[in-house]
Design a protein. Structure first.
Length: 146
């Protein structure tokens, strides 16, 4: 199991595929790239001390989304579940959230990194068991239940 995420280069001149932010020294500009935001889908929400838990679903869903989930105590002292899904496909897909970890959640926030969004909160609402979530094509989606 992975115990940390590391990135060798944070800021790099354009032309290399190893940075999170490209710098243009001539124009004195910084350009955050999608890799930065995708990295944030994990690092912003999966906090130290969170424990990885199993994700169940069909093998088709597992292959389609490569899901990972973690549970832990958030900054407010409440339990939360963080689920990250990657849709590398060229079509939008749906997933049904069926929480079976024994904890009760009332709130759901969804953050997306895609062509359209840079780690943007696209939903913040009451969580209902069996909620259907649209996972956009070519996206990384983080779902937080608290």
């Amino acid at each position: 199991d992975v115990v940390s995420w590391q990135n060798w280069v944070g800021v790099a001149p354009g032309g290399y595929r190893d940075g999170l932010i490209y710098i243009n020294e001539e124009q004195k500009t910084l350009n955050p790239i999608k890799r930065l935001w995708g990295y944030g889908n994990y690092s912003r929400f999966i906090r130290p001390g969170y424990q990885r838990i199993a994700v169940s679903g069909s093998s088709e869903e597992a292959d389609a989304f490569r899901p990972v989930a973690f549970v832990g105590t958030n900054d407010n002292g409440g339990e939360e579940l963080v689920l990250v899904l990657i849709n590398e496909g060229n079509e939008n897909r749906k997933v049904v959230l069926d929480n079976q970890n024994g904890l009760e959640y009332t709130n759901m926030r969804i953050y997306e990194t895609s062509e359209e969004y840079d780690l943007r909160c696209i939903r913040n609402e009451v969580y209902n068991q069996g909620s259907v979530i649209d996972i956009n094509k070519q996206s990384i989606t983080t779902i937080i239940l608290s």
